[in-house]
Write a protein that binds this ligand. Structure first.
Ligand code: ISE
Length: 352
C-alpha cells in the first residue's frame, strides 16, 4: 500500500485528539458518529453536517460538544475540523472531495468514491495534482478478519494457486428507490474491490446476466443478477447480487484453489438448539455484519492521520472500482462481456 507524507498534519500527534467532522447523518453517518464517540481512541466528533438539520442535531446529540451544520460549505467556513468522514450518498461525493483536496484535509470517504468513472478520475487527478494522498475510501471489508485470513492464504499459496472466486451478496430488502444500476455501483462495487484486494490485480472485463426474477421489491429492478468478472491474468470471479432476498444480510465468499476450497462469511458464532430445532440468526444489515471491520478501519484511519501518512484503500481503488461499475452497468444492458479500461496508474498510487 502506498504511503505519502502529509506534513500539514504534523501538528496532530502525541496526546492530541483528531477533530472529525461527519458529513451525512443517515444510517452510516449516524453509526460512525456513535463509533467515533464511543469506541475510537484519539478522535472526537467536532461537527455533524446534514441538509436535514434536525436529523444532524439528533445524531450530534450522541457526541457531546459537536457542532451542527446544514451544509458542507458552512462547516468549511467555520473550520472546526482536522479531518472529515464523508457519509453522504456517492453521487454527492465529488464536490466536497475536490474542496477537501484543495484545503489539504484528510477524508475517510464512504464507498463508492463516486458512482461513475469520469467523476472518480477527476478526483484522482485532483489528488495527483495536489501531490499527496488525502482520501481513504471506506471499503470496510478489507478490515474483516475473514477477508484478511483469506488474503493471507492466497498470498502464502497454502492450498496452491487461487483458481476462482464465488461471492454471494444478499440483503434482506432494499428501499423502493433502489435502482438496477445501484445493484452494481452501490452493492457489487464491494466485490469488485474484494477481487482486486484478494488478487492484487485489476479487473479486465465484466459480464452481467439476469434470469428468473423475484416478484418482491421494486418492480423496476430485475434481480437476482449474476455478475462475472475476469482479472488481468484470467482469474474468474462470480457474484450473485440479490438485494431483496428476504433472507438477511449475507456476504459469502468461496475461494477455489488447486488443492482446496476456503469459505468465509458463512455460519455464525452462536448456534442454538432448542425445542427440536437448531439454528442461528442471520445478520440484519451491514452495520452488524461488518461492525468490527468498521471499528478497525476507522481506528486505523485515525491513527494514520495522526502519523501524517495515508494508508488504506486509496482514491485509485475508488476509481478502479468505479471503472468496473461503469462497464458493469453497460453489461447490464445486454452487451455481453464488456472490457474495463483504466489508463495508467499514477506513481502516487504505486505499491511500496
Ligand atoms: C449498501 O450501500 C452497502 O454498502 C451494503 O454493504 C450493501 O450490501 C448494500 O447492497 C448497499 O446498498
Amino acid at each position: 500500500m502506498s504511503v505519502s507524507e502529509q506534513s500539514h498534519l504534523s501538528h496532530i500527534g502525541g496526546d492530541q485528539v483528531l477533530r472529525v467532522a461527519v458529513v451525512g447523518a443517515g444510517r452510516m453517518g449516524s453509526d460512525h458518529v456513535q463509533r467515533l464517540s464511543q469506541h475510537i481512541l484519539r478522535a472526537e466528533v467536532s461537527a455533524v453536517v446534514d441538509v436535514d438539520v434536525d436529523r444532524a442535531a439528533a445524531v450530534a446529540a450522541q457526541a457531546p460538544g459537536a457542532e451542527v451544520f446544514s451544509s458542507f460549505d458552512e462547516l468549511m467556513a467555520r473550520g472546526a475540523l482536522d479531518a472529515v468522514l464523508l457519509a453522504t450518498p456517492g453521487f454527492l461525493h465529488e464536490e466536497p472531495l475536490l474542496k477537501l483536496i484543495d484545503a489539504g484535509i484528510p477524508v475517510l470517504c464512504e464507498k463508492p468514491l463516486t458512482p461513475d468513472p469520469a467523476s472518480a478520475l477527476r478526483v484522482v487527478q485532483a489528488e495527483v495534482t495536489a501531490g499527496r494522498r488525502l482520501i481513504h475510501v471506506g471499503f470496510m471489508r478489507r478490515y474483516d478478519s475473514g477477508y484478511l485470513r483469506l488474503k493471507q492464504l492466497i498470498q502464502d499459496a497454502t492450498y496452491g494457486r487461487l483458481l476462482m472466486l464465488h461471492h454471494q451478496h444478499r440483503n434482506y430488502d432494499a428501499p423502493e428507490w433502489f435502482t438496477t444500476e445501484m445493484l452494481i455501483e452501490d452493492s457489487v462495487v464491494h466485490e469488485f474491490d474484494a477481487v482486486r484486494f484478494f488478487t492484487g490485480e485489476e479487473i479486465a472485463n465484466v459480464e452481467v446476466r439476469s434470469g428468473r426474477s423475484t416478484t418482491l421489491g421494486s418492480s423496476a429492478v430485475r434481480e437476482p443478477q449474476l455478475v462475472t468478472v475476469q482479472t488481468e491474468s484470467g482469474l474468474l470471479a462470480s457474484v450473485e447480487i440479490f438485494v431483496n432476498s428476504r433472507v438477511g444480510y449475507q456476504v459469502h465468499t468461496q475461494a477455489v484453489f488447486e488443492r482446496g476450497v476456503v469459505k468465509i462469511g458463512e455460519g455464525s458464532d452462536v448456534v442454538v438448539s432448542s425445542d427440536l430445532q437448531t439454528g442461528s440468526a442471520e445478520e440484519p444489515s451491514f452495520i452488524t455484519r461488518f461492525g468490527q471491520a468498521y471499528d478497525v478501519e476507522v481506528q486505523n484511519w485515525v491513527d494514520s492521520v495522526h502519523r501524517g501518512v495515508a494508508e488504506g484503500p486509496s482514491a485509485w481503488d475508488g476509481y478502479a472500482t468505479a471503472a468496473v461499475c461503469g462497464a458493469g452497468i453497460e453489461a447490464q444492458g445486454g452487451d455481453g462481456i464488456v472490457p474495463v479500461s483504466l489508463g495508467e496508474r499514477p506513481a502516487l498510487y504505486t505499491a511500496e
